[in-house]
Design a protein around this ligand. Structure first.
Ligand code: NAP
Length: 524
């Protein structure tokens, strides 16, 4: 596995391992606060790295069939899975993950690769994918139209957030590689040890052709300056960074594509049919406590706003506080610990300040902004109770930690929808109800504000994944504040890396070479 445990992380660019010419950033173990590694990209020739991927990796990938690319994804999944235990240790040390948190990240990576490998088998043995049915365009059937997808000729730049260094890297890579586009992955620096380990596995395995995969470990430097119209960037991170990226000349002037997956004030709505003695209520409490505390709440899909009918607020606060009280917080390498520290000192400071701001408009039910240990970036799971469900702070600020707020509402569908919409668009909204009609009414009202709706109830208690789990078969992304982007969703996930073209011509030419049933409806 190469130099997996060195304290100097490296980048894999232009087909070789390299690093910057200064000390760079220091990565820290958030449990002990000890330095683990450094990473620098200063002085690296990123123009050459982009060009290498474009000119070596692109043609080599496009020379492979969809089935061959899928087979490569399957092999990569196996290679990474083989190192699962070593990678779990990295997640514990560098990200403060519990074993469960680390597995969630790593198995998400290998599972997504395997899913795309499976779907690749159903794709045609051709350079393009048909999009929907062909159609007659002229007076007779000779003049025919067909939409097709072809691989873009540029580079897929993937900029990832710190919270899912394994899954974020590989869910993006799976889509781009299967689409025939070379990947240049840029993990977030604070947790880049995991990403660098995986990059070494990918590079050392020799499964992908030269240039098909690169990794920039450390700051992005001038990477974006070298992109043009055939390139794309899939960004995951904060709205602040997204705002800066959106105005970069590569996108605004040169037409490179940008997909943004950003903040989200994910909501849970307990519908008016749920009472405190029901199985549905118990499920809501268990799910919400887990969604708040998995990865110490540093999950883009974590629940932030919990809308509860007025008469259920006392019971919900009491039950959630009791459930959160069972969660042991501490050194994530220890058995029994279910929540580790926040990942960085910066995160700890931001979350503490965020709790204080929200607490100014709410009561603290459990937890708070005080550190609970002298060493390590630990906080207790924190539940707040808002006096006014519409108070601006709860709908404006994402506190990216184990923090959520119970917000009262009347139980009316229209009010729930109005309050959820105040968040400006989210990745996932959950609804808890055992009624047949209420979830339908809520779904219709909430869908325009949500990338995904998780309709939970006691009938699915033994099967539901929880709202926080992103499945490769379903799209991930959300409107407005959440970035407006879209990833995954089965074969849909390839489209961002491909060009859709309307082909119009003689039917035998168009249909014979490009037509087929739409692969979009292929297995999901
Ligand atoms: P961040 O500070 O915005 O950083 C995200 C990535 O952007 C990092 O790789 C960072 O690199 C890079 N970056 C920063 N400035 C850049 C620039 N000028 N040019 C190019 N790249 C730049 O976010 P984070 O703290 O890592 O992640 C937490 C946030 O991500 C939360 O707000 C969370 O909601 C969001 N998130 C969203 C999703 C989703 O799917 N919607 C998933 C996970 C997380 P460095 O680390 O080197 O600075």
């Amino acid at each position: 596995m190469g130099q997996a445990d060195t304290s100097r992380l490296q980048s894999f660019l232009s087909g070789r391992w390299t690093d910057g010419n200064d000390q760079g950033a220091t990565l820290v173990n958030p449990t002990t606060e000890r330095a683990l590694a450094t990473a620098s990209t200063t002085g690296l020739d990123l123009a050459a790295a982009v060009e290498f991927a474009r000119t070596k990796g692109g043609p080599a990938l496009r020379a492979m069939s969809f089935a061959e690319r899928g087979a490569a994804l399957k092999a990569l999944s196996a290679v990474i899975h083989e190192q699962r235990e070593a990678l779990i240790d990295v997640g514990i040390a560098n990200a403060g993950n519990t074993r469960g948190d680390a597995k969630f990240d790593i198995d998400g990576a290998t599972g997504t690769l395997a899913a795309y490998a499976h779907w690749a088998k159903s794709l045609p043995d051709s350079a393009s994918l048909p999009d929907g049915e062909g159609m007659q365009l002229g007076r007779t059937s000779r003049f025919h139209g067909q939409h097709v997808w072809t691989s873009r000729r540029g580079v897929a730049v993937h900029i990832n957030a710190f919270n899912f260094p394994a899954w974020g890297m590989m869910e993006k890579a799976a889509c781009a590689l299967l689409a025939g586009v070379p990947v240049l992955s840029k993990p977030a620096t604070p947790t880049a040890m995991m990403a660098e380990h995986i990059a070494r596995l990918v590079a050392d395995a020799g499964i992908l052709p030269e240039g098909a995969f690169s990794a920039l470990v450390g700051s992005a430097g001038d990477l974006l300056d070298h992109l043009d119209a055939q390139d794309g960037v899939a960004f995951t991170g904060s709205s602040d960074t997204a705002r800066r990226l959106r105005v970069h000349p590569s996108f605004v002037e040169r037409g490179a594509r940008l997909n943004v997956e950003a903040d989200s004030l994910n909501a849970t709505v307990v519908a008016s049919d749920v009472d405190a003695d029901s199985d549905c209520f118990d499920l809501f409490v268990r799910d919400t406590a887990r969604e708040m505390t998995q990865k110490a709440g540093q999950k883009c899909t974590a629940t932030r706003r919990i809308f509860v009918p007025d008469e259920l607020v006392d019971a919900a606060c009491e039950a959630l506080a009791a459930e959160l009280g069972k969660i042991q917080v501490g050194d994530p390498s220890q058995k029994g610990v279910r929540m580790g520290p926040l990942t960085t000192a910066g995160q700890l400071g931001d979350v503490r300040a965020g709790i204080d701001r929200l607490a100014a408009e709410s009561a603290v039910v459990t937890g708070g902004s005080e550190r609970i240990t002298e060493t390590g970036y630990f906080l207790a799971p924190t539940l707040l109770r808002a006096r006014d469900g519409a108070a601006a702070a709860f709908h404006a600020e994402e506190v990216f930690g184990p923090v959520a707020c119970v917000l009262p509402y009347s139980g009316a569908v229209t009010e729930a929808a109005r309050l959820v919409a105040l968040g400006g668009g989210g990745l996932v909204t959950s609804v808890y109800s055992d009624d047949r009609k209420l979830p339908v009414e809520l779904a219709s009202e909430l869908a325009p504000y949500s990338g995904r709706l998780y309709l939970a109830g006691s009938r699915l208690a033994d099967q539901g994944t929880g709202a926080g789990t992103v499945l490769p078969s379903m799209i991930h992304g959300g409107p407005g504040r959440a970035g407006g982007g879209e990833e995954l969703g089965g074969i849909r996930g390839l489209h961002f890396w491909m060009q859709r073209t309307a082909l119009q011509g003689f039917k035998a030419v168009v249909e014979g070479n490009f037509g087929a049933a739409s692969p979009v409806s292929a297995p999901s």
